[in-house]
Design a protein around this ligand. Structure first.
Ligand code: FPP
Length: 228
């Protein structure tokens, strides 16, 4: 099944480097995260024109709880602020929000806010923004495998149908910023045949032009899916 890459439908991003951006500019880490949220806003506004059907962003991993409490609070506050300020934009632009990960374990006011955002964007048809919150890929696979086992049907197809990403297009391209070359428990199953694109750009400096660059690189790649 040789295939010149078709246009990408689904891109996921490990948004890394907020802390290093802050350090580089001699600013508090919280400002780095704030600038990171601005980069998210820029990208989400560019989503309808990108040709993508889905963009998945790694906002908070199940391992991020190990960070100092103040930093966790800053990240949660940014999420609340983003939902408040950008929800009208998502609705107006027809962006459908999805959350992947065990977000029910977040603080109850944020869960309420997220559920409301999910409901208000449910009819969006211009693209899906999937945000990974309290997300860990191994945990997701374990949950999906348990669901498949409960059905007595443990196959790759049944497990996949129970992943948090069920219903999203297959993952085409996985981007990680800030020069780190790891997947860090993000979309391990979904990345089985995804193309990988790494950039030294720190997340707060990432713009829609960088996404274009990654999509151009993707368009030039040949995907063989194990064939030749
Ligand atoms: C990695 O930077 C980034 C995070 C752990 C969080 C990502 C969160 C945002 C971009 C902002 C909020 C998101 C939304 C959707 C509003 P790091 O702190 O690990 O950077 P470092 O490795 O340079 O220290």
């Amino acid at each position: 099944m040789n295939e010149r890459a078709k246009p990408a439908r689904h891109v996921a991003i490990i948004m890394d480097g907020n802390g290093r951006w802050a350090k580089k500019h001699r600013l508090p880490r919280a400002i780095g995260h704030q600038k990171g949220a601005e980069a998210v806003r820029r990208l989400v506004r560019a989503l309808p024109d990108s040709g993508l059907e889905a963009l998945t962003l790694y906002a908070f991993s199940s391992e991020n709880w190990k960070r100092p409490e103040g930093e966790v609070d800053d990240l949660m506050a940014l999420m609340r602020r983003f939902l408040k300020s950008d929800l009208p934009d998502l609705v107006a632009n027809g962006i459908r929000l999805r959350i992947i990960g065990d977000y029910g374990a977040l603080s109850s006011d944020l869960v309420v806010q997220l559920d409301e955002a999910l409901a208000r964007t449910a009819e969006g048809t211009a693209g899906t923004l999937a945000v990974a919150l309290n997300y860990g890929s191994q945990q997701e696979i374990a949950r999906a495998a348990a669901a498949a086992a409960a059905l007595g049907d443990v196959t790759a197809e049944t497990i996949e149908a129970h992943l948090d990403t069920a219903g999203l297009p297959p993952l085409d391209l996985l981007i990680r910023t800030s020069g780190e070359l790891r997947l860090s428990n993000f979309l391990l199953w979904q990345a089985a045949y995804a193309e990988l694109w790494f950039t030294d750009t720190l997340w707060p400096d990432f713009t829609p032009a960088h996404l274009e660059q990654a999509l151009d690189a993707f368009a030039g790649r040949e995907r063989r899916y194990g064939g030749r």
